[in-house]
Ligand binder design. Structure first.
Ligand code: 13P
Ligand code: SF4
Length: 304
């Protein structure tokens, strides 16, 4: 009987498929992936690959973004219930009614939104480029009203950096919200020499305590270059697998073991295999939404 990993590898070759995995995936899923990255890196890779099939090990909005950028490819999400609660906190109707109150505003949406919401946005952004996108918008229109949805914490973080108030949505990531300032303080007491690196989806009281605030890919890059050997990590704990693999001589401490995204953890090796066997679950984006959503993503990619 062939091992599951070998069956995945064989099927992947036969079907001309590529496996993309987000940094928060289970270790064994990361290990089978052709490419691991953050939301931005995975979108770019999805657009770049010449494989016929993309097995997306992540959550629904990420697979949808891959499909929007590569409409001719088959994009599969191995568990159809792997959603993102933050993305589900806003729908197109909610956004439209906010926009009706601010008709002159530019809308920036975090990539953690559905395609239907992206279709009503001017610019998409990820945590890796949100600051740059907003800075670019303000470059030519200093007083422009900006609607920034759905993550209130990312919005507050970027807003403070550019010193410009945004019109925000009360969304947040339940996983990052579990990271509390007292967790950081406690970790600092235990590891006084460690650098504190946190994700901008964290609460402002947490980002205020960090040495570095960056996307998951930004964290990996920072750690590889830094002379420091100890790091307190304020994001979903799955990324620590990759950090340890890439930096065997450095030590990593999760700010809290509670920061686990149950949706990211829905993807297992078995489900990756079934996904390749049955071509399930195929991501479909209605054509009228597809074109409009792509515009906001392409505007983002042109800026970074
Ligand atoms: P990045 O990997 O883009 O930093 O995003 C984190 C996240 O929570 C994705 O859902
Ligand atoms: Fe969504 Fe948070 Fe999970 Fe990322 S970690 S997929 S933002 S719930």
């Amino acid at each position: 009987m062939m091992k599951i990993v070998d069956r995945i590898k064989k099927l992947k070759k036969e079907k001309n498929a590529v496996i993309l995995a987000h940094n928060y995936q289970l270790p064994e899923v990361q290990d089978i992936a052709d490419f691991i990255g953050d939301s931005l890196g995975l979108s770019i890779e999805a657009a770049r690959t010449d494989a016929a099939i993309i097995v997306f090990c992540g959550v629904h909005f990420m697979a949808e973004t891959a499909k929007i950028l590569s409409p001719q490819k088959i994009v599969l999400l191995p568990d159809k219930n792997a959603g993102c609660p933050m993305a589900d906190m806003i729908d197109a109707e909610g956004l439209k009614s906010l926009q009706a109150k601010h008709p002159d505003a530019v809308t920036v949406c975090y990539v953690n939104t559905s395609a239907a919401v992206k279709a009503h946005c001017d610019y998409c952004c990820t945590s890796a480029n949100a600051l740059k996108i907003v800075q670019n918008i303000l470059l030519n229109h200093q007083d422009k009203e900006i609607i920034f949805i759905p993550d209130k914490y990312l919005a507050q973080y970027v807003s403070a950096q550019v010193k410009h108030d945004f019109i925000i949505w009360e969304g947040y990531c339940p996983t990052h919200a579990k990271i509390l300032p007292e967790n950081i303080m406690q970790a600092k007491r235990l590891h006084p020499k460690a650098r504190v690196i946190v994700h901008p989806e964290c609460r402002p009281e947490v980002t205020a305590l960090a040495d570095v605030v960056t996307s998951t890919e930004g964290m990996s890059k920072y750690i590889q270059k830094a002379p420091d050997t100890e790091f307190i990590i304020g994001t979903e704990t799955g990324i620590i697998h990759r950090m340890r693999k890439e930096n065997p001589d450095k030590n990593f401490y999760p700010a809290t073991e509670m920061a686990v995204c149950p949706n990211m953890k829905r993807i297992t090796l078995e489900k990756v295999l079934w996904s390749l066997e049955d071509l399930s679950y195929e991501i479909i984006v209605p054509p009228d939404i597809m074109g409009k959503a792509r515009l906001s993503i392409e505007r983002m990619l042109q800026m970074v």
